[in-house]
Unconditional design. Structure first.
Lengths: 104, 306
């Protein structure tokens, strides 16, 4: 069976696997939790020493790391808890309040 | 032992898009465990916050095989999986070497699943049981559990004129697990990621049962700010409320000795669930907690010097 959750609304009842088994690993990436956020972490590149503390302490795996360096945040999934900003030893992450599109 | 740089290059075990609360300690704990764990991997998760928020049909955040089990039998399920794997391996029907992890919250481990856990440890299955201790039944709305500390407010240990929160001390589950001979037992928390990942590596390379108790602060139930989760976990270690230690072949070893043992007030005052203890009439409760922690710490020091 082809498994593509993005089209689940079109599935017939017999197309759902028995026992509600989920056939694809790690597919919650299609579900976005970024809208939960009221404060957005902003990365200040000049202050960062790439110690990766924000990466290991993020509950949502929303800190992007590429080649052992911080490469910004995954704003589609970051819930804005601010642990990264609290734990950053160099204050290289700032929490900025989110604004409505119309207020910008 | 893997450094942070090495961990950052590994495949994420618990991917984004799960629905744990912002700032949840369990999310951090499970990510660290799965980053440190070798592959291939089979996990079993008991009912609890972790299960309901990471496997919402049709989505799963797990990047490995996962079985959802009932509240009480995560350890029984994973021991069945391990036994089946051993049988298939003996018949050469499976080539790879699998690792097995069961996750349970404190409700599923301290209270409901204790007999299944004890049985699995005694039968000596090769698996790791991870208890994510957030000190109450958070998923159903903060009811007291066997892990709730003395004096804490929960919805079933209300604060009033007659009672200053919970009246009993939490049970020492790590010591109960250590009473099973030949089990690798450890206690750790999310703020000390190096300690945690080392212990997971050690547990999964151990030829026998292992148990790790991880303190996972809960911003909702502990009434704390989301951003303070890791800080609170660190303070729990520094005040010796949650000492980091391991028991290997019957030998107790403390992994972190705070240079200066902080008073328990520092940890209590950050949490709304202990707010009432700072009223004048409840001061003796804080003293009681401090005394208890001091005696437990002395006991641990004595055990580790044996």
């Amino acid at each position: 069976m082809k498994w593509d959750v993005r089209r689940i609304r079109e599935w017939k009842f017999y197309e759902h696997p028995q026992g509600a088994t989920i056939l694809e690993a790690g597919n919650s990436l299609y579900y976005q939790t970024g809208s939960w956020r009221t404060f957005r972490p902003v990365w200040i590149g000049e202050k960062c020493t790439h110690c990766l503390y924000c990466f290991i302490f993020c509950p949502d795996a929303a800190v992007k790391v590429s080649k052992e360096k911080i490469a910004g945040f995954d704003y589609e999934h970051c819930k804005g808890c601010g642990i990264c900003a609290t734990e950053c030893p160099r204050e290289a992450i700032e929490m900025v309040e989110e604004q409505r599109e119309s207020d910008r | 032992m893997a450094s942070l740089k090495e961990l950052s290059k590994r495949k994420e075990g618990l991917v984004a898009g799960h629905r744990l609360c912002a700032g949840c300690g369990e999310g951090i704990a499970v990510r660290q465990v799965l980053l440190a764990a070798p592959r291939p991997l089979v996990c079993a998760v008991a009912t609890g916050c972790l299960e309901v928020s990471t496997t919402v049909y049709p989505y799963t955040s797990w990047n490995c095989s996962l079985i959802h089990t009932a509240f009480e039998n995560a350890a029984a399920t994973i021991s069945g999986v391990e036994a089946a794997f051993e049988a298939l391996k003996a018949r050469r029907k499976i080539g790879e070497d699998f690792h097995f992890i069961a996750f349970g919250g404190d409700g599923a481990t301290y209270d409901i699943g204790l007999q299944a856990l004890s049985g699995a440890l005694e039968r000596r299955h090769r698996f790791l049981y991870v208890c994510l201790d957030n000190g109450a039944y958070m998923n159903t709305g903060i009811q007291r559990s066997g892990a709730t500390p003395l004096g804490a407010w929960t919805t079933t240990t209300p604060v009033g004129k007659k009672e200053p929160g919970k009246l009993e001390w939490r049970k020492n589950l790590t010591a109960i697990a250590a009473a099973h001979d030949g089990t690798y037992v450890a206690q750790t928390t999310i703020s000390h990621w190096k300690d945690l990942t080392q212990k997971v590596e050690k547990a999964l390379s151990y030829n026998g049962p292992s148990f790790i108790n991880i303190l996972a602060p809960c911003p909702r139930g502990w009434r704390t700010k989301e951003s303070q989760t890791v800080r609170i976990a660190r303070l729990a270690v520094e005040t010796c409320y949650w000492p980091l230690f391991e028991v290997e072949n019957g030998k107790w070893q403390i992994n972190f000795q705070p240079r200066e043992k902080k008073p328990i007030e520092e940890w209590l005052k950050l949490q709304g669930r202990f707010k009432h203890l700072f009223k004048e009439e409840n001061r003796p409760v804080i003293e009681k907690i401090q005394n208890y922690i001091d005696t437990e710490w002395e006991k641990l020091l004595a055990l580790s010097s044996l």
